[in-house]
Design a protein around this ligand. Structure first.
Ligand SMILES: Cc1cc2nc3c(=O)[nH]c(=O)nc-3n(C[C@H](O)[C@H](O)[C@H](O)COP(=O)(O)O)c2cc1C
Length: 251
């Protein structure tokens, strides 16, 4: 992470020339300021409109790249494909709780084929795309349901794909926050214990504390998937702050 300097530029279309006096005054002040601070400044006149527009597009694309560079990019995976999944709802609830500068992207994993070593000859495009995203990520969040006291096959399939081919495990070195919500009381503790074991084997930096074993779901969410109480929000916010700290360290 570092400092980010952003400048704002206003460009009036030719139809709106001449600019109102206030705009003219603001432009003159900005140019004077930029000269004082040694910043590069370019002055365009009415006849330079196409060049000015091209310059503005160039500056905006640079700003977009800078924002991307200084944003902590977290990839979130849900172990459930269910439309009304509690675990996907949990990932959605985490997004607005992310600390400043962190962006959480929930990735779709439903189009991944079932893993077979035969398919490694040519990786399916959906798998390759997921591997690329994970490699570029600053951290990972996995929200898993508990199925028969373990993780669902869907999630294991994702993990197996992303860990391959041998020696090119895309998870390696990434900080990983595990979470889970269930209709029952033990809040996916057993499933997450299995998940953590797998992710440790895959050489990730698994966050030990806080543990996000959430349940029963009726006490966590309202009907729309909003978190019901402040203490759960606090716990989730704390976990995201820990993930942010680990992500910074690994960069
Ligand atoms: C095949 C299957 C096995 C399950 N096993 C467990 C279990 O071991 N422990 C548990 O707490 N809930 C278990 N459940 C209930 C799930 O916690 C519940 O369906 C949950 O809503 C699934 O997560 P989702 O809403 O994200 O799809 C199981 C559900 C299914 C379909």
């Amino acid at each position: 992470m570092g400092m980010l300097a952003v400048c704002a530029i206003a460009l009036l279309p030719p139809s709106e020339y001449p600019p109102v006096p206030a705009a003219r005054a603001r432009a003159s002040a900005a140019i004077a300021r930029s000269k004082r601070t040694g910043m590069m400044s370019t002055v365009y006149t009415r006849s330079d409109y196409p060049q000015a527009q091209a310059f503005l597009e160039h500056v905006l694309s640079k700003i977009a790249l800078l924002i991307q560079k200084y944003t902590m990019n977290i990839i979130a995976i849900s172990g459930s494909l269910r439309k009304a999944s509690l675990n996907t709802a949990l990932l959605r609830a985490l997004q607005p709780l992310a600390p400043s500068g962190m962006q959480i992207e929930i990735v779709a994993v439903g189009d991944l084929p079932l893993y077979s070593e035969d398919s490694e000859v040519s990786f399916p495009p959906a798998v390759q795309a997921l591997k690329t995203k994970i490699e570029a990520a600053d951290g990972i969040i996995i929200a898993t349901p508990e199925y028969n006291r373990s993780i669902p096959g869907v999630l294991k399939n994702v993990i197996d794909w992303v860990s391959r081919p041998y020696g090119q495990n895309s998870f390696a070195g990434k900080p990983v926050l595990t979470a889970g919500v269930t209709v029952g009381k033990i809040g996916t503790a057993v499933a997450q214990s299995h998940l953590r074991q797998i992710m440790v084997y895959l050489n990730t930096d698994v966050i030990g504390q806080p543990e996000l074993y959430l349940g029963p779901a009726g006490e966590i969410f309202d009907g729309e998937g909003n978190i019901l109480n402040g203490s759960t929000k606090e716990l989730l916010t704390k976990a995201l702050a820990v993930l942010a700290g680990r992500a910074k360290k690994s960069n």
